[in-house]
Design a protein around this ligand. Structure first.
Ligand code: BGC
Length: 289
């Protein structure tokens, strides 16, 4: 075996996965901003679980960035008052939102208040404790599933598909997230965006029986598979609790199709993990300059 080239800065070459879970602080905080509730928790980064209960506050209406930031502040106060809260000097806070996020700026707002468009969350959250990093909600859930759940320790590419009010997707290759895939917004069988036919909300609105929903989901995943083949699809969102009602219909794909394992808390766990890794990467890049 040849020796690895010590001159290659691993974190730069391989991205966050190379930082290694063991080198991260033990805990971080994850916040998941949803349409009805904003949920936060202390994330145990070794295990991918929550330390203590999650804390939820109903989403303010209208859910403007300022109103949501105030609620995130309240959630942080509660979580940081706990005995097992992360130390303030190494606190990383991840915030998952239902939109495209590039460099912590929100660039789409199909399922949140449109005042989020172009909102710079670094600026918005700058008075809160810790270092905050924002990412897409499906990306957060997918990252958590890939590292700790249904995709853990498996090589190759996984795609998480969250079925809720909307449809979110996340692509993770060998543990590294490729953010903002947004395949819920494809055109599918004449419907655009596809989420109008595939989401859990659409199933209820269209009064689709479970087996028909399963067959429709199968066709949608085949459609995705033609564009972005993966090793495994992980199906998440609240509806994944009922996966035995519709996943048996999803048979004709090359990739495996499995339900999510972390269910409710995947977004919180993934947001915390993302923030801890981004924080380390930011330190690494600063030290290399
Ligand atoms: C949004 C995505 C989000 C998904 C799930 C979609 O409508 O465009 O960004 O991940 O809903 O919340």
């Amino acid at each position: 075996m040849t020796k690895p080239d010590q001159t290659v800065p691993a974190a730069e070459a391989l991205g966050p996965a190379s930082a290694g879970l063991s080198q991260l602080p033990k805990r971080a905080i994850g916040i998941d901003v949803g349409g009805t509730g904003i949920k936060g928790g202390i994330v145990n980064l070794r295990k991918g679980t929550l330390t203590g209960k999650r804390f939820r506050i109903p989403t303010p209406q209208p859910a403007t960035p300022q109103a949501v930031a105030a609620v995130i502040g309240e959630i942080l106060d509660e979580l940081l008052s706990r005995e097992k809260a992360p130390a303030l000097d190494e606190l990383a806070v991840g915030v998952a939102v239902p939109g495209i996020v590039i460099d912590n700026v929100v660039l789409s707002a199909s399922n949140i208040d449109e005042s989020w468009l172009e909102s710079d969350t670094t600026e918005l959250l700058k008075d809160l404790p810790g270092r905050t990093f924002t990412l897409n909600d499906a990306d957060a859930a997918g990252l958590a599933e890939a590292r700790y759940g249904a995709g853990a320790n498996k090589p190759g590419t996984i795609m998480m598909v969250t079925l809720g009010t909307g449809v979110g997707t996340a692509i993770v290759h060998d543990g590294v997230l490729v953010p903002n895939s947004e395949l819920g917004h494809l055109e599918f069988e004449g419907v655009k965006p596809a989420e109008q036919k595939i989401s859990a909300a659409a199933r209820e609105r269209l009064e689709m029986p479970w087996d028909e929903y399963g067959r429709t989901l199968e066709r949608y995943l085949k459609h995705i598979e033609r564009i972005q083949p993966v090793n495994k699809f992980i199906i998440g969102g609240g509806i994944s609790k009922r996966s035995e009602d519709f996943l048996p219909q999803v048979t004709g794909l090359r990739a495996k199709v499995v339900p999510a394992q972390l269910t409710n808390n995947a977004g919180i766990v993934g947001a915390g993990l993302y923030a801890a890794e981004q924080s380390r990467l930011a330190d690494f890049r600063a030290s290399e300059q």
